[in-house]
Design a protein around this ligand. Structure first.
Ligand code: ADP
Length: 585
């Protein structure tokens, strides 16, 4: 910029100087020649006068007049007779000179007019200025006086003037160079500062102010620039605050959110969405289908972009970890609800857990209905048979009533297990302040089960650390031991043994219920704690099991922040090991 201004300035100055210079040289030449001409004419008039005066009746020596005037004026003086013969010449012998009638200035003078001419003189080898005047002698003889002067002198004089002009031009050019440099700097410096400041502002530093205080357009421009930067700062701050708000809302959302423009380029996506689809790289600006490879969602977006309606669907996602997703696509409209659709927002909810729970609830209801229906059908059958006359036979009716009693018992157990389960699920929080003495509970449980164990000749033994306790309710801990020990006795053949223990270490209590019974195949162990899951359905039912015992155990352990593991070998026996924090209150 500065270079441009500098060069333009210099070119303009050169141009102006060249015009002024050449014009002055031209004017100088013209004025100079005019001066010479006037001088020659004045002198010619003097000679004209002298010749016409003196010739009046006198013999005159015209050669002497020519020589004298030549000496006085420095010009060459020639006197020409009316027929063109040279009568006298101050520079040459008149007799040697050719007829001058054809010389334009002489011709003019002989015709009674003043004549002038500039031409090259081959005899003097220079440009000459000629001026001629007519002279009429007393006897009316026409002659002409001609004065000539070499222009060499004029050229010489104008050469020195030209040199002075050129020197003046060079001097003024030098001054102009300095001035051009200062001038271009004075223009470009504020612009440079303006552009430096705009670069800083473009990098996001709106605090930067332009310090240009001039009273011209650039000063005004920098003032407006500073005002613009201030407004930009306010707007950017506002935008930043909005952005932070939006980002924190989006990032704290558990559901995946993604927005696309009407070409399906991603505008924004939150962390939950990236986590859902295991995306690590930056996805803003990319095409939706390149990032989330789902033709279904892609076509839902297309639909919403076309009809501006909300679309929702539940779908399975099996790329990577299997997931159940609920996808809703809503339009982004320019002016509220009625405007042109400019994009779409995709909301994705991971409903895998929800679906699992729903399935579990459905399974549970189906299982409960089934578990209730079986004894009820059996009871109904026996009641019908009794009503149809079997009641008359005392032995048969007694047998039937015993079966009905067993089924009712089973139903009662089932109902109480279901109630226990829902009770534990409802109040998962550990009841603080109640320290349960585990030793006491073990003794109680052994008292309850010792008859059952005795019937099967099972040795029921126990051991515990003195003072071992858990923070909970006594009923819950008792239920835990009862369920595990009852199972151990149920699934251990006659003559076997069951061992219950509770020991404490490093603030934790380890409870073990071991038996040397039938054992469990490894394949069943992962599902053992599911509701109504039984390894051998028939055996469990015959033994009066409800299929809910271990589910209850799992929930109790979870409510006490503990964990449970199963170690088992088919035919060798099973150990249930529970670890939970000791009750320190
Ligand atoms: P159930 O009322 O059928 O005993 P549970 O939930 O208490 O129901 O137990 C689930 C299944 O786990 C049982 O049906 C049984 O197959 C298996 N099981 C539980 N405890 C033992 C054990 N100590 N030895 C072998 N199998 C066991």
């Amino acid at each position: 910029m500065r270079r441009k201004i500098f060069i333009t300035y210099i070119i303009l100055i050169l141009f102006a100087v060249a015009i002024v210079g050449s014009y002055s040289i031209y004017i100088n030449q013209v004025v100079f020649r005019e001066n010479i001409k006037q001088r020659l004419l004045t002198n010619a008039k003097l000679i004209q006068y002298e010749l016409s005066e003196k010739s009046d009746g006198h013999v005159i020596d015209i050669q002497a007049i020519a020589d004298r005037y030549s000496e006085l004026t420095g010009a060459r003086v020639t006197i020409v007779y009316h027929d063109g013969t040279v009568l006298a010449d101050s520079s040459r012998n008149a007799a040697d000179m050719d007829n001058h009638a054809d010389r334009p200035e002489v011709n003019n003078a002989l015709n009674g007019k003043a004549g002038e001419s500039i031409r090259y003189s081959s005899s003097l080898k220079t440009d000459m200025m000629y001026v001629a005047l007519p002279v009429r002698t007393h006897n009316n003889i026409k002659t002409a006086i001609r004065l000539a002067m070499s222009l060499k002198e004029i050229n010489h004089t104008s050469g020195s003037i030209i040199w002075s002009i050129v020197l003046a031009i060079i001097a003024s050019l030098l001054v102009s160079l300095i001035q051009a440099s200062l001038f271009s700097k004075s223009i470009t410096e504020p612009i440079r500062r303006l552009s430096d400041a705009s670069r800083v502002i473009a990098r996001g530093n709106f605090e930067n102010k332009i310090q240009v205080k001039t009273n011209d357009e650039i000063g005004e421009l920098s003032d407006s620039f500073n005002q613009m930067a201030d407004r930009l700062k306010v707007t950017m701050d506002q935008l930043n605050r909005e952005n932070i708000k939006l980002e924190s809302i989006l990032s704290s959302m558990v559901n995946g959110v993604l927005a696309v423009d009407n070409s399906k380029n991603i505008l924004l996506a939150n962390g939950a969405l990236k986590a859902l689809f295991s995306i690590r790289e930056e996805i803003v600006g990319k095409q939706f289908i390149q990032v989330v490879r789902s033709d279904l969602i892609d076509s839902m977006i297309d639909q919403t972009l076309v009809n501006g309606e909300v679309n929702a669907v539940e779908m399975s996602w099996s790329k990577g970890e299997f997931k159940q997703l609920k996808v809703s696509v809503a339009p982004i409209q320019r002016n509220g609800l009625e405007g042109e659709v400019t994009g779409a927002v995709v909301l994705i909810q991971d409903i895998t857990e929800l679906k699992k729970l729903e399935q579990m609830r459905k399974d549970f209801v189906a299982n409960v209905s089934h578990e209730i229906k079986t004894p009820l059908t059996s009871i109904k059958g026996f009641v019908e048979t009794l009503k149809n006359g079997a009641i008359e036979d005392k032995d048969v009716s007694m047998k039937f009533l015993n079966i009905i009693d067993i089924e009712v018992e089973r139903l009662t157990r089932l109902i109480s297990d279901i109630l226990a389960l829902s009770e534990i699920e409802r109040s998962r929080v550990v009841e603080s302040g109640k320290k349960v003495d585990v030793g006491h509970v073990i003794k109680d449980v052994v008292d309850v089960l010792k008859e059952q164990a005795g019937n099967k000749k099972i040795a029921l033994k126990y051991s515990f650390d003195e003072g071992v306790s858990i923070c909970s309710s006594k009923d819950r801990i008792k239920q835990l031991f009862l369920n595990l020990a009852d199972n151990a006795i149920k699934y251990t053949p006659e003559g076997g043994s069951v061992f219950i223990s509770a020991h404490k270490k490093d603030g934790f209590v380890t409870i073990k219920v071991e038996d040397n019974g039938i054992g469990i195949d490894q394949e069943h162990i992962p599902r053992l704690f599911e509701r109504f899951y039984r390894v051998d359905k028939g055996r469990s039912r015959n033994l009066g099991g409800t299929g809910l015992g271990l589910a209850i155990v799992k929930h109790i352990v979870a409510s006490l922040n503990g964990n449970i593991v199963v170690e088992s070998k088919k035919g060798k026996g099973t150990s249930f090991i529970v670890n939970m924090p000791e009750g320190l209150v």
